[in-house]
Every structure is written in structure tokens, then in C-alpha cells.
Design a binder for this molecule. Sequence first.
Ligand SMILES: NC(=O)c1ccc[n+]([C@@H]2O[C@H](COP(=O)([O-])OP(=O)(O)OC[C@H]3O[C@@H](n4cnc5c(N)ncnc54)[C@H](O)[C@@H]3O)[C@@H](O)[C@H]2O)c1
Length: 252
Amino acid sequence: MSENRTSYAGQVVIITGAARGIGAATARLVAERGGKVFALDIAREGLATLQKELSLPDNQIATIDLASQSSVKENIDAIFNLTGRVDALINTAGVVGPTNVKVEDVKWEEFEATICVNLFGTVWLTQAVVPHMKKARYGRIAHVASIAGKEGNPGMSPYNASKSGMIGFIKGVSKEIAPEGITINALAPAVIRTPMNADTSDETLKYMISRIPMGRVGEADEVAEILAFMGSSACSFTTGFTFDASGGRATY
Ligand SMILES: NC(=O)c1ccc[n+]([C@@H]2O[C@H](COP(=O)([O-])OP(=O)(O)OC[C@H]3O[C@@H](n4cnc5c(N)ncnc54)[C@H](O)[C@@H]3O)[C@@H](O)[C@H]2O)c1
């Protein structure tokens, strides 16, 4: 029988944003496929729930603040020092920032906070894992961007800027690290049923669904399947790419 290249057996996988939503679904799937999951998030409570569910030892969960460069570096280095390897980083942490606010009315602090978590967090995580992966001449990096980074949503300029910034960053870095056996890719979901959308009005959800040819929202488990591929050794000839999870909304 041929080798199952989507298996994570023997691999160390860091998942950020793991406390809930897409990140928690991905942590479950990667653990099910044999990965040693290190679950990171700013939300302690959600991490504790996941820890119980997956029976993770204390040293495999940790709080991290993606808006802090030192928090990111300390967390990644601590995992490497413990395990001696980082096979995959799957970054799903993110914030929406202001919604329904015209560009001229966005407060700079809110703009900066959104960019800091989504874009700078992506940069700092990548900078922290790449040296370890280079030494191993192997690595998989997957960051969750958004369809907002490809198409832009009105009234959400900080989120749009952060997510398209992520996509541009990933494209360039992919070319730097391709010869080192490391792939880095983005994923651009449309609307997915997670706590992030819990407060979205029915009207807005209806509008979003009306733009999706499949006529429904996506589920976190569906997104996790794509991320689990992107983080596995099976994703061996695709890098710098933006994968789609939009029910047919985006075909590019
Ligand atoms: N749900 C959607 O419709 C949708 C659509 C497109 C893209 N996305 C993106 O998918 C990713 C996951 O979203 P989700 O729907 O699971 O959202 P979610 O809000 O359920 O989960 C996001 C997680 O990120 C964590 N987080 C927030 N700020 C952090 C910080 N500073 N440091 C560390 N962790 C932090 C949160 O605590 C939370 O557990 C996000 O990047 C989001 O932008 C979501």
C-alpha cells in the first residue's frame, strides 16, 4: 500500500487560534491524524476545553498574543526547545476589527489593532518557525486569510487590508523558502459557521449566502480538511498559493 501523506504521525504541529472555530476543528482533525498538536490561543478558557477533549498534556497548550512579537517568538521557541522540531504551523487566529464603519471614520487604534493581530502576527509567526524548518529542510506553513483579502468587504477596511497583506506576504516568502523544502500557503474562506459570526445579523448573513453558489455557509470541519492538507507532507508542490473555501463564490 502507498504511504498516507496526509498522516501526521510523528509530527509536531503548532495550531494558533485553536480555542474555538476553525482552529479547534483543525486541532481535532490533525490530532485524529496522529499529529502532536500544540494548541495556542489568547483565550485560556477555550484552550482548556480543547485540552480536555483531546487529552493534551499541559505543555501542549499555551496562551499566545499574536499582537506581541515577543509572545510569538517565546512560544514558538519554547515548543522547539521541548520537541526539537516544528513540522507544521497552521495559523487560524484572527480578529474581525471594525465592521460597518466607513474608511474615514475608522479610529487608528482599531485599524492598528486589526493589522497587528492578523498581519503582523502572520509575519512574526513565520519569522519564528522558518529558521527551525530551514535546519530540518522541511516545513509546512498555512495561514488563514479571507475572501475579504481578495475581494474586499465594504465597511471593513482594516480587516481587508490585513488579509490582503497576508496574501502578498505569503506569495513573496514562498519564493524565498521554496528551495529549503518549506511550503507556505494562504486560505481564503467565505462565510463559515463559527463563533466569529455569532453576532452577524440575519440580514448580513443572507446577503453573504446569496453570493455563494452552493447557497449555504461553510462549516469549520470543511475548512479544517483543507488546512490539514496544506499542513501535511502531501502539500508538496504548491506554495505561495491562496486556497479557496467559498462554496463557489470565488473561482480564481
Ligand atoms: N468565520 C468566517 O466566516 C471566516 C471567513 C473568512 C476568514 N476567516 C478567518 O478564519 C480564521 C479563524 O476564524 P474563526 O471563524 O474560527 O474565528 P473565531 O473568532 O471563532 O476564532 C479565532 C480565534 O483567534 C483567537 N485570537 C484572536 N486574537 C488573538 C490574538 N491576539 N492572539 C492569539 N489568538 C487570538 C481567538 O481567541 C479565537 O479563538 C480567522 O483568521 C478569520 O479571520 C473566518
